[in-house]
Design a binder for this molecule. Structure first.
Ligand SMILES: CC(=O)[C@@H](O)[C@H](O)COP(=O)(O)O
Ligand SMILES: NCC(=O)COP(=O)(O)O
Length: 257
C-alpha cells in the first residue's frame, strides 16, 4: 500500500448484517450498504467474518470481492478455517484480530508477543497469496516490535479503551498512548491505521494524530445512518476526519522516514 496524503476512511458494515441476522431476512444487505458507502466517499470496506457468523456471512464476503470498487479489509481470527477462506477469496487486505465467542465486540488487541510464531506463520501464508496483512493491536511498543518481527507492514491500533473511557482524564491518557504508539510505529516504518468504538464525538482527536493512514469505523457510523441515511453518515464522518486532519497538515507534511 502506498501511503496517501490524506487520512482514509474504511467503513465497517458488520452491523448492517447484524440487523439482517436479527430477523433472518434478506435485508438489509451489507453488499448494498458497501456500494452506497463507496458512492459516499468511503475509501475501503471492512468486514469481520466471525467464527460464530453472528453478522457477516461467507456469502457477503464472496459477493463483496466481486462488486467492490475500492478494496476490502477482511478482519479475521488466526484460525485454519479463516486462513483457508482468505486464501480462497484473496482480499486486498487482511487484518488479524483476536476473537472470543462470548464477547459483544472485540475486547482487546491481538497479543502478538505471546503467540509470535503462530502469527508470523499466518502472516507469511497470507503474504504468499499477495494479501497485505495488518495486525490489530493495543497501543503498546512491545506489540509493535513483535509485529515487525512477524513481517507485517501494517498495524491497526485498537482505540476501544479510548472510546470507552469514562472520564476526561482517562480518555486523555488513552489518547496519549495511541499518539505515542503511532509515532513509535511510524518511526519503525509501519503503516499505521486505527479503529474501534470511534464515533462523531470522539473521532477528531484521533484524526489529529499525524502519522495515521486510515480509520476503520463501523458501529457509530451505522447507528448514525439510521437517522440520516448511510450516504450522509459517511459524508459527515469523512468531513470531520478531514477537518481534523487539516489542523495537523503541517505536521503530516513534515513526516519523513
Ligand atoms: C476488530 C474490530 O475492532 C472490529 O472491527 C470488529 O469488527 C469488531 O467486531 P464486531 O463488528 O463484531 O463488533
Ligand atoms: N477495526 C475497527 C472497525 O472496523 C470498526 O469498529 P467499530 O467502529 O464497529 O467499533
Amino acid at each position: 500500500m502506498i501511503e496517501p496524503s490524506r487520512l482514509l476512511l474504511g467503513v465497517n458494515i458488520d452491523h448492517i448484517a447484524t440487523l439482517r441476522q436479527a430477523r433472518g431476512t434478506r435485508y438489509p444487505d451489507p453488499v448494498q450498504a458497501a456500494i452506497l458507502a463507496e458512492e459516499a466517499g468511503a475509501d475501503g470496506i471492512t468486514v469481520h467474518l466471525r467464527e460464530d457468523r453472528r453478522h457477516i456471512q461467507d456469502r457477503d464476503v464472496r459477493l463483496l470481492t466481486e462488486v467492490l470498487q475500492t478494496r476490502m479489509n477482511f478482519e479475521m481470527a488466526v484460525t485454519e478455517e479463516m486462513l483457508s477462506f482468505a486464501a480462497e477469496i484473496r482480499p486486498a487486505h487482511c487484518c488479524l484480530v483476536p476473537e472470543k465467542r462470548e464477547e459483544l465486540t472485540t475486547e482487546g488487541g491481538l497479543d502478538i508477543v505471546s503467540q509470535e510464531a503462530r502469527i508470523k506463520a499466518a502472516c507469511e501464508r497470507l503474504a504468499a497469496d499477495n494479501i497485505e496483512v495488518s495486525l490489530f493491536i493495543d497501543p503498546d511498543p512491545a506489540q509493535i516490535d513483535a509485529t515487525i518481527r512477524c513481517g507485517a507492514a501494517v498495524i491497526e491500533l485498537h482505540t476501544g479503551a479510548y472510546a470507552d473511557a469514562t472520564c476526561a482524564a482517562e480518555q486523555q491518557a488513552e489518547l496519549a498512548r495511541i499518539r505515542e504508539a503511532a509515532r513509535y510505529a511510524w518511526d519503525r516504518g509501519l503503516i499505521v491505521n486505527a479503529g474501534h468504538g470511534l464515533h462523531y464525538h470522539n473521532v477528531e482527536q484521533i484524526a489529529e494524530i499525524p502519522q495515521l493512514n486510515e480509520l476503520n469505523i463501523g458501529h457509530g457510523l451505522i447507528a448514525r445512518a439510521l437517522f440520516v441515511g448511510l450516504k450522509e453518515a459517511v459524508a459527515e464522518m469523512r468531513r470531520l476526519m478531514l477537518e481534523a486532519q487539516a489542523r495537523v497538515q503541517p505536521q503530516r507534511d513534515a513526516l519523513s522516514r
